[in-house]
Design a protein around this ligand. Sequence first.
Ligand code: GLU
Length: 296
Amino acid sequence: MNNMTSKPYVGRFAPSPSGPLHFGSLIAALGSYLQAKSQQGTWLVRIEDIDPPREVPGAADAILRTLESHGLLWDGELVYQSNRLDTYQTQIDRWIASGDAYYCQCTRKQIKESGGFYAGTCRDLALSQDGTAVRLKVDEPVLAFQDVLHGNTPIPEQLAREDFIIRRRDGLFAYNLAVVMDDISEGITEVVRGADLIEPTGRQIFLYRKLGATPVSYLHLPLATGEDGGKLSKQNHAPAIDNRLAGDNLCQAMHFLGLTPDAGLAHASPAEILAWGVENWSLSTIPKNTSIIAPF
Ligand code: GLU
């Protein structure tokens, strides 16, 4: 559901290449695809490769092959965030010059020791760049937003009020900045992704306002977790998707999202399964939980 009815729908899937696609990321890919295609929308794919220490060589290509073998074919050109570093830096330079952002030398340890939230310690110190992070001043925090699935969604207040990092001490750009600048430049109208990204949404909406843009609409899908309730990830050895079982994988992911394909559909081609999904997609049957244990 897109509340900007006059604008054509543009959705996206934005994986980080920190490993091959697993069931949790298939949910985000499929949910964003079905939501876009059920509104005759465009569905884009963007590789969020701005954190080399967390990246696995070959993972971006493996993710793309998995999307293709599941019939999840993106529209338009692929975007790689690693090609956009100058754009992020230019924006940071502007905010430093205007006084909207500042260099910060506080370590994670110091922040933890002073209560866990950053108190603006370096705001007025006029530090220079060497070995520092860059933080954006948060003067009007976003304390809640409307989620398409969850309605009014509060953001923990201390988190919302914190001046947050837009470039890390190690020189890498922060996810929040890159994701918002790219969603704006690609004309995204709605972001559909896992509920683990509910909390950063406040900062992201703040960034839209700061950049003079209208925020997208947000729909956070239940997150697939392991038995222990932890997010499925490469770190906890979530199995990579087996491309030979595309039909089963798609049907399992559809069940997870509240659809009820019959068992026989798993033997159809990915394109046929997806066409059934687009036809039957309904926001009203998506579970409202923010996490659900994965079905294996
Ligand atoms: N790249 C992020 C991830 O893989 C997702 C970004 C987003 O959907 O906003 O967790």
